[in-house]
Unconditional design. Structure first.
Length: 275
């Protein structure tokens, strides 16, 4: 392996789990000087490290960033304007991402890898993601496409992001609604999806599926009558990083269980959440 360029950052502050997950996949986690508490869910090995814990890009504080003595700060969605002001106030070199599609996610991986002097490793990660997504598409070729409602938030109801819609398509489903847009319980009920998936930001795998169905009066929907209501671990769908492959496997198992095996991070209605 060639020696890392002298201009490559040596102390990085990551303000979102997606950034931390990318650093881990390209073998640059040892450069992490600080990260958020949510990053520990993606990379539990950090719990035993000397990495400082800082607020994320929604609630960033310049003093915390400066305490890590970084030479680079990397952030990604979601942002809050006053948090961005705090990041910039720290006066450290700053890179910010705002992905929407899988193509954007690949671009972010390539960008982080390039900055860190690990371009080749970044390309290998991207190719691995693309290969598994393509292989999943081939598995479902010629199969029926169930209508899938997938949400990232429950109050109000917000449909999952565009990269999730792409993964649902790859896993053999048809995405209901507009990615990232607010909807209503009535609209979903009227559409009568075959599969319902809840992956709430920050909820891990603890979405209360029975309460969700009862509160929205969804008992008559096909998805509910057939028991096709699922929770997918938040980090597997809402983190735009290589960890999306875990989300793809969970989606495939939920949408086409006749082809794909039960996957980690997937919980069906009636099952007990892993706490």
């Amino acid at each position: 392996m060639t020696e890392q360029p002298t201009y490559a950052p040596q102390r990085v502050v990551s303000l979102q789990p997606s950034v931390t997950a990318i650093l881990a996949e390209i073998g640059e986690l040892d450069k992490l000087a600080a990260c958020t508490k949510y990053c520990l869910d993606i990379c539990p090995q950090l719990k035993d490290s000397q990495c400082l814990i800082v607020a994320d890009s929604w609630t960033s504080q310049s003093e915390q960033i400066l305490a890590a003595k970084p030479d680079l700060v990397i952030a990604s969605v979601p942002y809050q304007e006053k948090a961005v002001v705090e990041i910039l106030k720290a006066g450290i070199r700053f890179v910010g991402f705002a992905p929407h599609t899988l193509g954007d996610v690949y671009g972010d991986i390539a960008s982080v890898a390039g900055i860190m002097g690990a371009t080749g490793r970044g390309q290998l990660v991207i190719e691995r993601m693309q290969d598994e997504i393509d292989a999943t598409r081939k598995e479902i070729r010629g199969r029926s496409r169930p209508l899938v409602y997938c949400e990232e938030w429950g109050k109000p109801l917000i449909a999952s992001q565009a990269w999730v819609a792409e993964l649902i398509e790859a896993a053999g489903g048809e995405f209901l609604g507009k990615p990232g847009q607010q909807t209503t319980a009535q609209s979903v009920r009227d559409a009568n999806p075959d599969v319902v998936i809840a992956s709430w930001c920050g909820a891990g795998d603890r979405v209360p599926l029975e309460k969700l169905v009862a509160g929205r009066e969804w008992q008559g929907m096909d998805a509910v009558k057939n028991g096709n209501v699922f929770c997918i671990r938040d980090e597997f769908l809402n983190t735009p990083a290589p960890t999306l492959l875990h989300g793809l496997r969970a989606l495939a198992a939920a949408i086409h269980p006749e082809i794909f095996p039960l996957a980690p991070g997937l919980r069906q209605i009636g099952a007990v959440a892993n706490r």
